[in-house]
Design a protein around this ligand. Sequence first.
Ligand code: UGA
Length: 416
Amino acid sequence: MKVSVIGAGYVGLISGACLAELGHDIILVDVDKEKIATINTGKNLPIYEEGLEELLSRVHIKTSSDYAEAASADVFLICVGTTADESGAIFSRHLVTATGQIAAAVKDRQDYYVVAVKSTVSPGTTEEVVIPILEKAGKKAGVDFGVCMTPEFLTEGRGIYNFMNPNRIIIGEYDKRSGDVLERLHRGLDAPVLRTGLSTAEMIKLASNAFLATKISYINEIGNICKRLGIDTYDVARGMGLDDRIGQKFLNAGIGFGGSCLPKDLKILISSAQKADYQPDLLQSVTDLNEAQALKPVELLEKHISLKGATVGILGLSFKPGTDDIRDSRAIRIVRVLLDEGAAVKAYDPLALGKFLELFPEVKAATAEEVVDSDAVLILTEWAEFDKLDYRGRIVIDGRRIEKAREARIYEGVCW
Ligand code: UGA
């Protein structure tokens, strides 16, 4: 099939490369010419993702900044970024622009094509925002073209694996014909396919991420209780997870969730609920607990040293290991507080240091060993290499459970 992937961000790049691997003819469209030029070199991609450079060098995908070149596709897959403000109101500016550009590019086509939204959006968006734009030029959804909403479930660092080995493929369809096309697009992937309405698919994405966020805040709450009672939360989680209704995954207690997805998707869901005149107290608590959890390492540190004038070493800046992504990383809030309180900060991260220093030029870049050689050390991302450092004699506050750090002179885990 000919597929135009709109948006060369994380989701678009990975989806485009993986669909090419499945044998489809891909053109990747992004209005950012610089980004397209970088992708074309195949090196120093705009995102770091394990295996992506290698995959892109193996499969052939065309790129363009001109929608006209992508106009003849069987499927348009919209993968542009969406963001949410503090209130959860979603900014779908890119979605609106991209949809308008697709509508303009296909206006003279007489044959059938499908427009599928992959970007995460609030329930109702495909129906109420995307379809009206596509129909503006006189074409009719379900007659002249098809519409689908097919959410992505990629986790950063494992995106290619997740795409090629999905747990499920969700196809929200305007009508059966549209869904049939999307099902053919995913042929070759071995996973259950669930076909639903458009808003249901949008909700499945948000509800899945909100559930994962809830699981994390739940275990952090248990962890905060365990910490006070002198119980090791990780033993508790292991015991809980043996029940296959609960499972072991996403029960790692610590400083909570960051990244570009879980915090944002919770906000979108809360805002959608409020617009529907429902106050989602549970989801609000998940968010509030996560916010408070970020500052636990600082509270614990202040029990042992005074921050003013101290040098605090930070191990780990990315929102999780395996990525250089610092969006909504816990390190951002923590470092801001440390600096505000008058501490000097040195930091190390195997991938994210450069991006972090752009945000905090006053932070001193250091090696992992130099960071450990500080008045106190905070571990904020569970990079495997942190399990090999020498912490003896140090003060360590561990936000992510690095076993080796327990050898420190003073060691405190946030939830254990
Ligand atoms: C998340 C979801 O896991 C994906 O399924 C989804 O497709 C993606 O969002 C998205 O919407 O695009 P991602 O943001 O890459 O993926 O990261 P996660 O692996 O979910 O981790 C999120 C945060 O939770 C990280 O800060 C991580 O450190 C934290 N976390 C995770 C915990 O604190 N404890 C855990 O047990 C697991």
